[in-house]
Write a protein that binds this ligand. Structure first.
Ligand code: URA
Length: 181
């Protein structure tokens, strides 16, 4: 199955309770040949309405940081650990993210085969590499099952705490350098 076919399957997914409250499935977007994949937590209101990842306030910060690091957002593939919005923006539950990762995210990573996967925030870092405490692990790279990961703050955290913004910017530069090696 290719990425388009997988997206088609996901668009009518009812494999976890999140489908009940979603408007649109937010599968992901960006280059199929991306060297960097960024994985967030879950779609928010704007994303749910449009079906596009990171287009709200956090998305604006993310785009700004990507550009400041000297990259083009369209060269990166951006998605989240769950593709449907949890009601009231609550955190996705274990059953929801394990189901979604198993059905979609792992296959997206396999198909795109990026050099590195940037994990945005605690939820993505815990779900994919089992690491807690983003404050301690951000900026670090990890190798798991032959795949390289790096943890970064979630752009929404940088939105609420401006001290994290410079840190997130620095980490995005580290992420860029990791693919230049
Ligand atoms: N936050 C996320 O983690 N993912 C999105 O798609 C939007 C906001």
């Amino acid at each position: 199955m290719n990425l388009e076919e997988l997206c088609e399957v996901a668009s009518t997914c009812v494999k976890c309770p999140l489908h009940e409250s979603r408007t649109k499935v937010v599968f992901g977007e960006g280059s199929k040949n991306a060297k960097i994949m960024l994985v967030g937590e879950a779609p928010g209101k704007k994303e749910d309405e449009t079906g596009r990842p990171f287009i709200g306030m956090a998305g604006r910060i993310l785009s700004e940081i990507i550009e400041e690091a000297g990259m083009d957002r369209s060269d990166i593939y951006i998605t989240s650990i769950v593709k449907c919005r949890p009601e009231n923006n609550r955190k996705p539950k274990k059953l929801e993210y394990t189901t979604c990762i198993d059905l979609y995210l792992n296959k997206q990573i396999e198909l795109i085969d990026p050099d590195i996967v940037g994990l945005l925030g605690n939820s993505a870092a815990y779900a994919l590499i089992g690491k807690k405490n983003i404050k301690q692990i951000h900026g670090n790279t990890y190798k798991l099952n032959g795949r390289k990961y790096m943890a970064l703050f979630h752009p929404a955290a940088a939105l609420y705490s401006r001290v994290l913004l410079p840190q997130l910017k620095k980490d995005m530069v580290i992420l860029k350098k990791a693919i230049e090696k």
